[in-house]
Design a protein around this ligand. Structure first.
Ligand code: DAT
Ligand code: MG
Length: 152
């Protein structure tokens, strides 16, 4: 099918700030199907591995501390053009910039700055594939997925 999947995450400040329901409403309103979801607490190793591409950046230690500061809600979202549509919906990395340039974006809604930006979205279809496998090891597109469908 033409359906595509992306990995979305509501980060610790989004969950603790009670934005989960509002973000899920936006997700459903934008015609995404939430095919998997998992509330989990990232440990240091997991957060570091997830953001491995940024491991040499100066902000990396703070990023790992932030991402392990509370529960996160990880979701697999499905629709046509899921990857770029979700990136469009969340807005730019820096939530302060998002409030100006993309005032209706999710990061404008609940993000604080370039670190505490409330949500994650895969940046490409290959990242989406890696990130979905990272959190849902036995979840492969088109296969057992339909049997594991989690209703809202
Ligand atoms: P995105 O989450 O928009 O894909 P990214 O992949 O460049 O952005 O960075 C991953 C995360 O790292 C980002 O969501 C928050 C953190 N981060 C990025 N740039 C940062 C910066 N300049 N200062 C602090 N944290 C930053
Ligand atoms: Mg990224």
């Amino acid at each position: 099918s033409s359906e595509e999947r992306t990995l979305a995450m509501i980060k610790p400040d989004g969950v603790s700030g009670n934005y989960t329901d509002e973000i899920k409403r936006i997700v459903v309103e934008a015609s995404f199907n939430i095919v998997k979801e998992m509330l989990t607490q990232l440990d240091k190793d997991t957060a570091s591995a997830f953001y491995d591409e940024h491991s040499s950046r100066s902000f990396f230690p703070d990023l790992v501390t932030y991402m392990t500061s509370g529960p996160v809600l990880v979701m697999v979202l499905e629709k046509r053009n899921a990857v770029s549509d979700w990136r469009g919906l969340i807005g730019p990395t820096d939530a302060q910039r998002a409030k100006i340039s993309h005032p209706h974006s999710i990061r404008a809604l609940c993000g604080k700055n370039s670190q505490k930006n409330c949500v994650h979205g895969s940046d490409s279809t290959s990242s989406a594939e890696r990130e979905i496998k990272f959190f849902f090891k036995d979840f492969v597109s088109g296969g057992i997925a339909s049997q594991q469908h989690d209703e809202l």
